[in-house]
Design a protein around this ligand. Structure first.
Ligand code: C2E
Ligand code: CA
Ligand code: CA
Ligand code: CA
Length: 270
């Protein structure tokens, strides 16, 4: 909107002010949320395409705000990252996910999202070890998910950090693959166990040739590198069939199961 003279504030400026106030409000509420046990984790199943087995779950944080209701992580995680609260929240997520996964009857893995801020923290390794030790969860049942963008932002030392994490026996997945830059060179250079192909490629593959090309290409590269490929956001049987025909290893999405408070066996989808 334009200024209509007389020094009045534009709609744009009002919008900016509201956004800043909103961020401050979330940020201060977040500081007390942990003590009030307002966070919990939801678990979304991951299924193999070769034999339709649930092999693990991704842990996704949920914030049940006393006034706002459920606040989506996309609204508060970026705020937590800017205020460094992500270090405390991220540590809690790690401990809670390991503690809950250790009670699961079978040996399914739990995948935990790790922010680039955590990845740059010198204490991440120590926090991983402590979460594993306290819970008794075997290291090979923990997987951390790091976004492709975080890997690039974190610079040269990231390769050493990932190697140290993998030396513990913890698996590393590259999240949201395809949405960042210089994807292919990073695939070659970085030590990791799984590629999670961003759900936008899955959603568009049927109608968009370039998405289909990326999907095919990444699955092929995964095979060549001996790295597991996971397709995110699978919502239809058609997408499942396509991914199976392309040789994708594992899938995740509403078709298999939505994130739920308690990790549970998903419905057979195939
Ligand atoms: P992400 O890591 O890419 O997680 C997948 C998101 O896609 C989740 O949203 C999940 O609920 C959603 N999803 C799963 N299957 C489908 C599907 O079939 N269709 C559609 N449309 N969506 C699907 P959610 O839980 O809202 O999380 C959003 C993002 O917030 C995550 O994206 C992740 O980047 C971040 N996040 C969530 N939990 C944590 C956490 O504990 N720590 C950190 N650092 N980030 C987290
Ligand atoms: Ca993830
Ligand atoms: Ca993802
Ligand atoms: Ca994402």
């Amino acid at each position: 909107a334009k200024r209509n003279g007389g020094g009045q504030t534009s709609c744009y400026q009002v919008g900016m002010k509201e956004a800043v106030a909103e961020r401050h409000s979330l940020e201060s509420d977040m500081r007390i949320a942990m003590g009030r046990r307002e966070f919990h984790l939801a678990y979304q199943p991951v299924m193999t395409l070769c034999d339709d087995r649930i092999i693990g779950y991704e842990a996704l944080i949920r914030w049940d705000h006393p006034v706002r209701g459920l606040v989506p992580p996309a609204s508060f995680i970026p705020v937590a990252e800017q205020s460094d609260q992500i270090l405390a929240i991220g540590r809690w997520v790690l401990e809670e996910a390991c503690r809950e996964a250790a009670t699961w009857i079978d040996d399914r893995h739990v995948a935990v999202n790790v922010s680039s801020v955590q990845l740059r923290s010198p204490r991440l390794l120590e926090h991983l070890i402590s979460a594993l030790t306290t819970s008794g969860l075997p290291a090979d049942r923990l997987e951390i998910e790091v976004t492709e963008t975080a890997l690039i932002e974190s610079g040269e030392k990231v390769s050493e950090i990932l190697t140290a994490i993998r030396t513990l026996g913890v698996k590393v997945a590259m999240d949201d693959f395809g949405t960042g830059y210089s994807s292919l060179s990073h695939l070659r250079q970085l030590p990791f166990d799984r590629i999670k192909i961003d759900r936008s490629f899955v959603a568009n593959a049927m109608t968009d040739q370039s998405s289909m090309a990326v999907l095919k290409g990444v699955i092929q590269i995964g095979r060549d590198l001996g790295v597991s490929t996971l397709a995110e956001g699978v919502e239809t049987k058609g997408q499942l069939d396509l991914l199976r025909s392309l040789g994708c290893d594992v899938i995740q999405g509403y078709l298999i199961g939505k994130p739920t408070r308690i990790a549970r066996q998903a419905m057979a989808a195939a």
